[in-house]
Design a protein around this ligand. Structure first.
Ligand code: PHE
Length: 447
């Protein structure tokens, strides 16, 4: 079922998919979620989720995408036409809108921090001033709204130019540089005095922290970080050539993404504990810690701005992949032009992002939703970034395990992969392990 919708080159797919996976999920969301959930135990459950629950879904998504050559709605429809399965695709398209909206708010802040650091505003910064600066910045609509719009506009610009013209080019050069700066940050943080306390918090599981919400958050983090559950990997899979080995590609993507998240923890927690900062500061955590860390690092005045710029770009390679889901749907199924789809969908996501942008302190009602006692932003992250992705992943696993049937998926996987020994393990995981654990964890939410 190959089509001429454009495609990735061999290495292009791994880079673009890793670009989608690596982003704010790793450097912003992972450390603060670890912090809120009490440290080491969360990390353990997150790693187990990646291996046992998320990886099987990752392989299922890319296989589904490459076999059908379609967006999520089209993919379900191609295999089981005229059935309600396409609703799973629609849920993915909806999640795309919603995740893009709040993700771009945070990405906008990253861009703002680039401007701040390049103009020397973090020189000689103390932990207290860093926290005040972050509060003042995120609660000011005059910064948040234009940055949200700017970030979505850049995303739209890239997606408009199509798969290989836009998406691939941007992923290629910048990831290695980002990785290099992360290594420098790692060395700086681990050598701070008092770093060991941070490592202990990060690595030592405390069983008394075990709660249904921790498990749900850990699993949701695995899906969010690997861009699963909304059809991003179905869509990117649809641009992959039949010569590509999907199993090793998926393995690389998952290892790379998980490695960067783990590294982020090794950077953030030693710094937090050595500077006496708050490990449960929520979404502000990364923005509180990093300026302090760069200020304490030789060459920080240079690496700081470079880092925030690269992080914005890492966020961009993720927002591109998020916007690509509804755009691929509009182009394939609604026959809209790529340009029109990108602009229209981007504009709507920008509007949906406004309450999230205003909820970080500037509008009291949104900053503390009545009854729920969380901010609109936190609610959006939980509903779309955790719940909807988990529900989507559940149905994707069911679809491949029972409707499409693993035998058919295996025929697709074997192209480019040759004979495979470990695949029976994957079949077992996609039929039983992933769906049952996701279901159990979702039900656990009510207890
Ligand atoms: N995986 C991305 C990150 O970690 C976010 C993302 C979620 C991208 C869902 C696509 C789909 O930043």
């Amino acid at each position: 079922m190959e089509t001429n919708r454009g495609s990735f080159s061999r290495i292009g797919f791994i880079l673009a998919a890793a670009g989608s996976a690596v982003g704010l999920g790793n450097l912003w969301k992972f450390p603060y979620t670890v912090g809120e959930n009490g440290g080491g135990l969360f990390v353990v459950i997150y790693l187990l989720s990646v291996i046992a629950i998320a990886f099987p879904v990752l392989l299922a998504e890319v296989t589904l995408g490459r076999f059908t050559g379609k967006n999520p709605v089209g993919a379900f429809n191609a295999i089981k036409p005229g059935t309600p399965w396409k609703l799973v695709g629609y849920l993915g398209v909806a999640s795309g809108f919603m995740i893009l909206s709040f993700y771009s708010v945070v990405a906008g802040t990253t861009l703002g921090y680039f401007f701040k650091s390049v103009t020397g505003q973090f020189v000689n910064i103390t932990p207290e001033i860093a926290e005040q600066t972050c509060d003042a910045f995120t609660s000011n609509p005059a910064f948040q709204l234009p940055l949200l719009a700017l970030f979505i506009a850049i995303t739209v610009f890239v997606v408009m130019r199509g798969v290989s013209g836009g998406i691939e080019k941007f992923s290629k050069i910048l990831m290695p540089v980002l990785f290099g700066i992360l290594i420098l940050l790692l060395v700086r943080s681990l050598t701070l005095s008092g770093a060991a306390k941070g490592i202990e918090f990060y690595l030592k599981p405390d069983i008394s922290a075990l709660k249904p919400k921790l498990v749900l958050d850990a699993m949701g983090q695995a899906f969010f970080s690997l861009s699963l559950g909304m059809g991003t990997m179905i869509t990117y899979g649809s641009y992959v050539s039949k010569r590509e080995n999907l199993v090793t590609s998926a393995g690389w993507i998952a290892s790379f993404d998980t490695g960067i998240a783990l590294m982020a923890g090794f950077i953030i927690f030693p710094a937090i504990f050595s500077q006496g900062m708050n490990e449960a500061a929520g979404p502000d955590t990364m923005f509180n810690v990093l300026p302090v860390l760069f200020d304490k690092m030789p060459g920080g005045i240079f690496f700081g701005p470079l880092f925030f710029l690269l992080l914005s770009i890492a966020a961009l390679t993720s927002t591109i992949s998020i916007l690509e889901v509804p755009v691929a749907y509009a182009v394939d199924e609604r026959k809209w032009g790529r340009k029109k789809s990108a602009i229209l969908i981007g504009s709507i996501a920008c509007l949906i992002g406004v309450p999230a942008a205003l909820s970080q302190g500037s509008v009291p009602f949104l900053a503390d939703l009545p009854l729920l006692h969380i901010s609109f932003m936190a609610l959006w992250v939980q509903v779309w970034g955790v719940l909807s992705l988990s529900i989507g992943a559940f149905f994707i696993a069911l679809f491949v395990g029972y409707a499409w049937k693993p035998g058919n998926a295996l025929m697709e996987i074997r192209q480019g992969a040759g004979s495979l020994k470990a695949v029976s393990l994957w079949v077992f995981a996609v039929k039983y392990v992933s769906p049952l654990l996701i279901l159990a964890i979702l039900i656990g939410m009510f207890f």
